[in-house]
Design a protein around this ligand. Structure first.
Ligand code: NAD
Length: 238
């Protein structure tokens, strides 16, 4: 067997990113788990190793472009980048400030751009990028700054897919619906039963539901799929 190819998962120290890292490691990649929270990243790597996979933890603030370039420059045979790290907060439109917008866009969009640019410079043909958007991209009250940053991720994904197609690099996105993670539980406006009642099937999603979609889009089975934004929301947006 040849040496494993590398995947990088940002925000892999918790929630959805942890599940994505575990899925990609199970699929055979050496996974670099990059997170602001180094101990969370370390816990993810321990879980990967317990399951017989291979991974390394990296402390990374994705808004630090020099650190991003350094991490990507050191990754051997980079097959896949998953831009999962993101921030969220609830704020009514009337109380939003320009700084709230800038902070949200800096992490959810500008940092994601930097990671994609850096990765695209070193990825071989067959490389692939999966961005994590959100169902909120369709429109959401009480967090216009978050919702529009994720709508921008969807547009970015489609445009970048066109630009990178000649280099043999695919770019897709997964847009999760309501998924039970710390990000959701930390929300001041969260009533999990009320959220379940809004789901056609009465269930919220799990990090594994998102990871399975990411694993597929990142796999060679999806070699003819690029520029797509896959809603994984249990039918909530229908
Ligand atoms: P989470 O808060 O549980 O985990 C996010 C991880 O990203 C954390 O480990 C955090 O340390 C890391 N992170 C945050 N800022 C970072 C930075 N600047 N540099 C590096 N790492 C950073 O969140 P989650 O619920 O697992 O969400 C993951 C992604 O899925 C996010 O992009 C989020 O917007 C998106 N999403 C989540 C839901 C949901 O219901 N949970 C729904 C739609 C979309």
């Amino acid at each position: 067997m040849g040496q494993a190819q590398t995947s990088i998962v940002t925000g892999g120290g918790a929630g959805i990113g942890r599940a994505i890292a575990l899925h990609l490691a199970q699929a055979g990649d050496n996974v670099i788990v990059a997170d602001l929270n180094a101990s969370g990243a370390g816990e993810t790597v321990a879980l990967i190793e317990q399951a017989g996979g291979s991974g390394q933890a990296a402390a990374l603030n994705i808004t630090d472009r020099a650190a991003v370039d350094d991490l990507i420059g050191r990754a051997c045979d980079l097959r896949c980048l998953v831009n999962n790290a993101g921030i969220f907060d609830v704020k009514s439109f009337d109380t939003l400030s320009a700084d709230d917008f800038r902070r949200m866009y800096e992490v959810n969009l500008v940092a994601l751009f930097g990671l994609c640019q850096s990765a695209a410079r070193v990825m071989p043909r067959g490389g692939t990028i999966v961005n994590i958007a959100s169902r909120a991209m369709l429109g959401a009250a009480q967090y216009v700054h978050y919702a529009t940053s994720k709508a921008a991720v969807a547009g970015f994904t489609r445009s970048l897919a066109l630009e990178l197609a000649p280099k043999g690099i695919r770019v897709n996105a997964v847009a999760p619906g309501v998924i039970e993670t710390d990000m959701l539980r930390a929300r001041s406006d969260t009533n999990l039963d009320a959220l379940r009642a809004l789901q056609p099937g009465g269930e919220l999603g799990t990090p594994d539901d998102i990871a399975a979609a990411v694993e597929f889009l990142a796999s060679p089975q999806a070699k003819f799929i690029t520029g797509q934004v896959l809603l994984v929301d249990g039918g909530r947006s229908l």
